[in-house]
Design a binder for this molecule. Structure first.
Ligand SMILES: Cc1cc2nc3c(=O)[nH]c(=O)nc-3n(C[C@H](O)[C@H](O)[C@H](O)COP(=O)(O)O)c2cc1C
Length: 209
């Protein structure tokens, strides 16, 4: 059975451009994979545990090869449980609004929480190795304005959203990542509608691929 995980990074519900486009991908994916299991991780509805001192100490204990305390093990179990939802998925879809040129803090919270050695990556003297190899990611990036070359906000200088997500995905082993950029959602209703429509068409095309 095909399994898709949808990570919802926008709190805007049905008004969200990134969620609307992601849902078009998911609907087309379900068309191609009838009976696919869809897991939704809505970062605004599912409270994430803090990456607090016990979690941090559990991380450093693991890095030092020291046995974890009971409290640290409980913290680590929470990390593993959430990360397991990524291991279980064939495809991970992200709905991501650009906030202050980067990603919303809830998504950063998730990334800081689950990006752990022997959970999502391994490392030794030869470097890092991601543990989520063979999976596909669809990264939907919504933005209020344009980041085209020639504007005052060219992507090469201003984008810490798409670039960061692709870097993180590579780090955890997902090299098959497609991006769908939905720009100018704040430039009036016509521009917003057109951007969403283009995003939906690209999403449907990607789901066929
Ligand atoms: C807190 C906040 C910060 C934002 N920062 C940016 C930004 O840096 N650049 C930009 O182009 N749009 C920015 N926007 C606009 C959103 O990216 C835009 O409305 C986008 O469509 C949101 O995606 P969503 O509809 O999926 O929530 C910001 C919006 C909010 C709420």
């Amino acid at each position: 059975m095909a399994r898709l995980l949808h990570v919802v990074g926008s709190p805007r519900g049905e008004r969200s451009a990134s969620v609307e486009v992601a849902e078009a991908y998911i609907a087309a994916y379900q068309g191609r994979h009838p009976g696919a299991a869809i897991d939704t991780l809505d970062l605004w509805r599912e409270p994430l545990p803090e990456f607090d001192r016990p979690a941090l100490e559990a991380k450093y204990a693991g890095l030092a090869g020291v046995e974890r305390s009971a409290e640290q093990n409980r913290a680590w179990d929470g990390i593993r449980a959430l990360a397991q939802r990524f291991h279980d998925a064939d495809v991970v879809v992200f709905s991501i609004p650009m906030w202050n040129f980067g990603i919303p803090y809830k998504l950063k919270h998730l990334i800081d929480y689950i990006s752990q050695k022997d959970v999502l990556f391994r490392f030794d003297a030869s470097g890092f190795e991601g543990m989520l190899k063979g999976k596909k990611a669809i990264v939907v990036c919504a933005r209020g304005i344009s980041y085209a070359t020639g504007t005052s906000t060219p992507e090469a200088e201003y984008d810490f959203q798409k670039a960061f997500m692709l870097l993180w995905l590579r780090f955890i082993g997902i090299t098959d990542a497609e991006t769908i950029v939905v720009e100018q959602t704040l430039m009036g209703p016509d521009a917003d509608r057109q951007a969403r429509q283009q995003g939906i068409e690209r999403a449907r095309a990607l789901a066929q691929g």
